[in-house]
Design a binder for this molecule. Structure first.
Ligand code: GLN
Length: 504
């Protein structure tokens, strides 16, 4: 048997089903790996050794009793700390939630538990999912396993680094403007943002409710399809949940892996490329396009003229929604409570002291921006205009999908940058998301798959976007590219990933 932590989730699932290995062995191997490397990577904020092993023992017992099990039963998973977990500390990367232990599970966690996947722990993230580097976490940086001096992307850098460093075969992320796809791109992993409303948001700590969506982070496209199917589908507890069944994603990934894309029209978005993108990123993108053409796809050029304004619109809509969502952190209900050191202890003064100390700079910046954009007298000029741009972006997508079945672009303009490089320059940080944000504004699904290494030897991501409810196309095209590039983690493309064997 191969080293258990290097196997894909699908391989682990097969080995478990065939009785070649137990879930306790698989889970323990990942917990050992976390103990060995997470001192250097810091992907986890909380590790659930006992709970994970208890689930693993329960799966092993059920399997030997001949019970019907989900195909992924016994395969461990890591969960981003913005997802609430019953009895397990949940902070969303913020000091304001330090010590908070949720009394309930998010729907996606309920589904994971029902399918009996051991939960390894909660992963680090930018505070309240605001950021592209995980440097805005209230609990320290996560390091990119490819180069520990570099960022793992954000906001879900912890989930991507955990998967990239072989600490977990599967992880859950959330994507409001790119927080699943961009970390996947810079860590050489696969990350998918489902169609808005197709995975329940019940129990996700809200950043921007009209943009947030949870999805899978894995090392292979097929693994992502399995996890996506597991967490997706209607949930009466989420008022924006779609009632449609989840498309056959695993089937689509398997079809794509045969390498046949005939009949697929692939649209290259003119506006997502060129200036501002690293030459190595653009080179890997063009090579990937050639491979898709060789697989039988028809490549066409499409223009989405309003994508140019998507970033600006997003940075008004997101802060507006966030300023409202974060109003609930008032020192009365959850986590941190700071009483003023002098003077009367009034509700308002407790709120001011708690929020002043509990929130980090990026969160405060966005609350101020959002409150301003929503204030009387400015609402129409800022929030109203941004919503109009959002409609124009949606129309661009509709027009593009009349010409192409999927749209493609680089996932991020650059490979992983150095820790600290963009921390003091919010605009530079925001620009990482130029290629991922349009999908969130329109609610369309997207995936990032590895496309090789840039000129600096660091991973580059290839983004595929599909129309709303056509998430299966992401998996068909993604798996075809993975097969053509041999970019699965067993293949030559990512064989260069650093070993990180020594605990530092
Ligand atoms: N980096 C983007 C932001 O800071 C995206 C965040 C996200 O998807 N959660 O808003």
């Amino acid at each position: 048997m191969d080293d258990l932590v290097r196997m894909s989730a699908t391989e682990l699932a097969d080995a478990l089903t065939n009785g070649q290995v137990s879930s306790v062995e698989v889970t323990q191997a990942h917990l050992d790996r976390i103990a060995a490397v997470d001192g250097a990577v810091h992907a986890f904020l909380h590790v659930c050794d006992d709970e994970a092993l208890a689930t693993a023992r329960e799966v092993d017992r059920a399997r030997s009793a001949g019970e019907d099990l989900h195909p992924l039963a016994g395969v461990p998973v890591a969960v981003k700390d913005v997802v609430v977990t019953h009895g397990v500390p949940t902070t969303a990367g913020s000091r304001i939630l330090e010590g908070w232990v949720p009394p309930y599970d998010a729907t996606l966690v309920t589904r994971i538990k029902h399918a009996r996947l051991p939960i390894l722990g909660k992963t680090n993230m930018d505070e309240f999912a605001m950021g592209s580097s995980t440097e805005h976490s209230g609990y320290g940086d996560t390091h990119n396993p490819w180069d520990l001096d570099r960022i793992p992307g954000g906001s879900g850098g912890g989930s991507a680094a955990a998967v990239g460093a072989y600490e977990a075969p599967l992880a859950i992320g959330t994507d409001t403007g790119g927080s699943i796809r961009q970390p996947a791109a810079v860590t050489g992993t696969v990350g998918a943002k489902p169609t808005y409303g197709s995975v329940s948001r019940y129990g996700l700590i809200a950043l921007a409710s009209s943009l947030d969506q949870a999805g899978p982070v894995t090392r292979t496209v097929l693994d992502a399809a399995w996890l996506h199917e597991l967490i997706g589908g209607h949930d009466p507890l989420d008022s924006t949940s779609l009632t449609d069944p989840v498309p056959d994603l695993v089937g689509a990934a398997r079809q794509g892996a045969t390498g046949d894309l005939s009949g697929m029209r692939v649209g290259v978005v003119t506006e997502l490329g060129g200036e501002g993108y690293q030459p190595g990123v653009l080179a890997r993108f063009s090579e990937a396009l050639e491979l898709l053409t060789a697989a039988g796809a028809e490549v066409v050029e499409v223009s989405c003229p309003h994508f140019e304004y998507a970033l600006a619109a997003y940075y008004l809509i997101l802060p507006a929604e966030a300023s409202s969502n974060l109003a609930r952190f008032d020192g009365m209900r959850y986590g941190l409570r700071i009483e003023p050191s002098a003077g009367p202890v009034t509700a308002e003064r407790v709120m001011a002291a708690t929020r002043g100390q509990g929130f980090g700079d990026e969160v405060k910046r966005r609350i101020i921006l959002g409150t301003y954009a929503l204030s009387a007298g400015y609402y129409d000029a800022y929030y109203g205009s941004a919503q109009q741009v959002r409609t124009l972006v949606q129309r661009d997508f509709s027009a593009a999908y009349a010409k192409a079945d999927v749209l493609v672009s680089p996932t991020a303009p650059t490979t992983a940058f150095r820790l600290g490089e963009k921390l003091d320059d919010p605009m530079a940080m925001y620009l990482n998301d130029v290629a991922t944000i349009p999908a969130n504004l329109a609610g369309v699904p997207g995936i990032s798959v590895p496309a090789g290494l840039g000129d600096d030897g660091l991973p580059v991501g290839f983004q595929v976007l599909a129309p709303v409810r056509a998430d299966d196309r992401l998996y068909r095209v993604g798996a075809a590219l993975e097969a053509a590039l041999e970019s699965g983690w067993g293949g030559p493309l990512l064989a260069q990933a650093p070993e990180l064997e020594v605990a530092r």
